[in-house]
Design a protein around this ligand. Structure first.
Ligand code: APR
Length: 228
């Protein structure tokens, strides 16, 4: 079975009602990264950081996967599909995808501030000051903040290097190391970039640009790949 590696970003969840970060109504237009998504922000005002992620988590309990997520599940009928996502939502898993690697953490999980291996599932949207890990430390969102290492990147590089087909969906390719993963894919491997604002990626060969929304562009590509 051929391996299709799919790198997704906030754009694939946009039609489900989740905000992206850098579009006109993006989160970073309303919030300052330094105030809500960095270790310094956590030290300075943990309540503000918790509120930011609580609001996003509350929204996540209200939304559903869309046609873009569902089409990637359909693709598993004929391909070994490996999803590497920058998204912290669980919409790929809720759609039914089997292999999802989260590079930037998961919104429905919290972790200890003294032991990063202590990670807890959250079955409700609110994480509060005073919520503690079993070692008595304040719980924080299980999210990779700006300036923090990306623990899953080595695993993601290995996955990308095994691709027979590589598909990028709904990301501005602005954030590294995620945006650099396509550089580990062999030159002769067909690559697709599905995003209304997709652009040519310097030094990347065999790249097919599909300037479409994920909800239409992904199902169309999947249909073609399933036929081929
Ligand atoms: N379908 C496909 N793509 C879309 C859609 C849609 N319906 N709507 C918007 N997009 C595209 C935009 O054109 C843009 O290229 O999604 C992309 C969103 O880009 P960003 O907001 O920069 O989000 P992303 O690339 O996922 O950000 C990367 O940055 O803020 C950090 O950790 C955060 O994981 C995030 C990382």
């Amino acid at each position: 079975m051929k391996t299709v590696v799919v790198l997704t970003g906030a754009g694939i969840s946009s039609e489900s009602g989740c905000n992206t970060f850098r579009d006109n109504n993006g989160l970073w237009r309303k919030y300052r990264v330094e105030e809500v998504a960095s270790p310094v922000a956590w030290q300075r005002d943990p309540a503000l950081v918790l509120d930011f992620y609580n609001e996003r988590r509350k929204k996540l309990f209200e939304v559903e996967p869309n046609a873009g997520h569902l089409a990637l599940v359909e693709l598993e009928k004929k391909f070994n599909v490996q999803i590497i996502t920058q998204n912290v939502d669980d919409l790929h898993e809720r759609a039914g995808s089997s292999n999802v690697l989260h590079l930037h953490g998961e919104l429905k999980k919290a972790r200890s501030t003294v032991d990063p291996d202590l990670i807890y599932e959250l079955d409700q949207w609110e994480l509060k000051l005073g919520d503690k890990c079993e070692k008595g430390s304040q719980l924080r969102p299980h999210i990779v903040w700006f300036g923090e290492p990306v623990p899953m990147i080595e695993e993601a590089v290995k996955v990308a290097a095994k691709a027979d087909l590589f598909v990028v969906v709904g990301t501005s390719m602005a954030v590294y190391p995620a945006a650099g993963l396509i550089g580990y894919v062999n030159d002769d491997v067909p690559k697709y970039y599905i995003d209304p604002n997709a652009f040519a990626l310097s030094g990347i060969t065999n790249l097919n640009i599909i300037k479409e929304k994920a909800g239409t562009g992904v199902p169309r590509l999947v249909k073609d790949l399933m036929k081929a």
